[in-house]
Design a protein around this ligand. Structure first.
Ligand SMILES: [Fe+2]
Ligand SMILES: [Fe+2]
Length: 370
C-alpha cells in the first residue's frame, strides 16, 4: 500500500487543521509547530566577519545577475489569472481546498521567513558583500510572498504580513546553521517548484490554479539564492569539514524529514497534479541531492531501504501523535509522549545510516537545468 493510500482524510485534517476564515489563516501562519516554517534571527557580528574573496570571480558574476533582475516584471498577474481562478476554484472539493490553502499559507510563511531574515541581516551587517546580497534576496522574497498573498486574498484569506512579523516568534541560529538550513531550503524550494512546473507543463489539464504557471521563472530566483549560500560556504571551507560534517548530515536529514512528513499531509494536492506524495518527494530529494554536491562533502543515501522505511515511520508517528492530541486526557498525553520518543529514536536511526561522500567540484556554480 502506498503512503498516500494509507492516509485517510480525517488523519490529514488532524495534522493540517482547517482554515475557514482570515483569522484561521493568520493564526496558522503565526503558529510554530515541528512542521511549520519558522522565522530566524542570527549573530550579525559573526556574519560581518565572512570573507568571500576566495570566490570573488564567481561572486561578482552572481551579483551582476541579481542587478540585472530578470524577474522584475514577473510577479504580476496576467489578464487570464482572475478568469482561471473564477473558473477553477469552485471545482475543488472542500478537502482539496483545505490542502491547497495549507500549501499556500505554508509557502507564504516560508517565503516571508526568508524576506525577514535577509532584511534583518541587511540592516545589521556592515560587510558590503553580505549587505548587497541580502538586499537582493529580500527584494525577491518580498515579491514571492506578496504574490502568494494575492492568491490567498482571492479566498478572502490574506495574511497580515506586518502583524505576522511582529507576533511570530523567532528562532536564533548561529550563522553556520543559517547557511546549512537556508541553502537547503532554497534548493529544495527550487526542486519543489520546478518538479511541479514540469509536471503541469506535461499535463496542463491538471493545473488547477494559475499560480503554477509562474513557478518556472520564480524557482530560478530560489536557485540563485541557494547559489549565494553555496559560494559563502565554499569561501569559508571550515564550515564544510570536521565536526561540521555531522551538522550538515543533521540539517539534510531534518529538512528532508520535515518536508516528507508535511507533504504527506497533502495527498489530494499531489494527486490532483498527477503525483503521489512519496514519488513527488523522492524526485525533490533526488534533485536537491544532485545540486548539493556543489557544496556538501556528504549526502544522505535517499535510496537506502532503511532510509525509506524510516521516513514512512515518521509519517505514521506524526499521525499517531495528532490522534493522541485529539484524544486528550492522560491517555492522550501518554500517547503523545510515546510517539515523540519513537520519532526521536527513528530520527536517530536515520542519522546513523551510512552517508555518501562527495569530492567538491572546482567550479562551484551550477545552472538550473532541471
Ligand atoms: Fe522565494
Ligand atoms: Fe529564496
Amino acid at each position: 500500500m502506498t503512503q498516500a493510500a494509507a492516509l485517510d482524510f480525517d488523519h490529514v485534517e488532524l495534522l493540517i487543521g482547517t482554515v475557514e476564515n482570515a483569522a484561521d489563516a493568520n493564526a496558522k501562519a503565526v503558529r510554530n509547530t515541528v512542521l511549520s516554517p519558522r522565522f530566524y534571527t542570527t549573530d550579525f557580528d559573526a556574519m560581518d566577519k565572512l570573507n568571500i574573496e576566495p570566490v570573488r570571480a564567481e561572486w561578482d558574476i552572481m551579483m551582476k545577475e541579481y542587478e540585472g533582475d530578470n524577474n522584475h516584471d514577473h510577479f504580476q498577474r496576467d489578464a487570464a489569472f482572475a478568469d482561471e481562478v473564477r473558473e477553477l476554484m469552485p471545482q475543488l472539493s472542500p478537502e482539496m481546498r483545505q490542502e491547497f490553502l495549507d500549501f499556500l499559507i505554508s509557502s507564504l510563511t516560508s517565503e516571508f521567513s526568508g524576506c525577514i531574515l535577509y532584511n534583518e541581516v541587511r540592516k545589521h551587517v556592515k560587510n558590503p558583500d553580505i549587505k548587497q546580497l541580502m538586499t537582493f534576496m529580500a527584494r525577491d522574497e518580498s515579491r514571492h510572498a506578496g504574490f502568494i498573498n494575492q492568491s490567498l486574498r482571492d479566498f478572502d484569506l490574506g495574511i497580515d504580513l506586518g502583524q505576522l512579523k511582529r507576533t511570530k516568534s523567532y528562532t536564533f541560529f548561529k550563522p553556520k546553521f543559517i547557511f546549512y538550513a537556508t541553502y537547503l531550503s532554497e534548493k529544495i524550494g527550487y526542486a519543489r517548484y520546478i518538479t511541479i512546473y514540469r509536471q503541469l507543463e506535461k499535463h496542463p489539464d491538471k493545473r488547477f490554479h494559475p499560480i503554477f504557471r509562474w513557478f518556472e521563472r520564480w524557482c530560478n530566483d530560489e536557485f540563485r539564492h541557494g547559489e549565494s549560500f553555496a559560494l559563502i560556504m565554499r569561501a569559508n571551507p571550515d564550515l564544510l569539514r570536521g565536526v561540521n560534517l555531522l551538522w550538515i548530515r543533521f540539517f539534510i536529514l531534518a529538512v528532508y524529514a520535515t518536508m516528507y512528513v508535511r507533504d504527506h499531509t497533502r495527498p489530494l494536492l499531489h494527486e490532483a497534479m498527477g503525483f503521489e506524495s512519496t514519488e513527488y518527494d523522492y524526485e525533490v530529494f533526488r534533485i536537491t541531492s544532485d545540486i548539493a554536491r556543489q557544496v556538501f562533502p556528504v549526502e544522505v543515501d535517499i535510496d537506502h531501504p532503511a532510509f525509506r522505511a524510516g521516513m514512512t515511520r515518521l509519517v505514521e508517528l506524526s499521525i499517531a501523535n495528532a490522534k493522541a492530541k485529539e484524544r486528550g486526557g492522560v491517555i492522550g498525553l501518554l500517547g503523545r509522549a510515546t510517539t515523540a520518543v519513537q520519532a526521536a529514536f527513528t530520527f536517530g536511526r536515520l542519522y546513523l545510516l551510512p552517508v555518501k561522500k562527495n569530492t567538491l567540484p572546482a567550479d562551484i556554480r551550477m545552472q538550473p537545468t532541471w
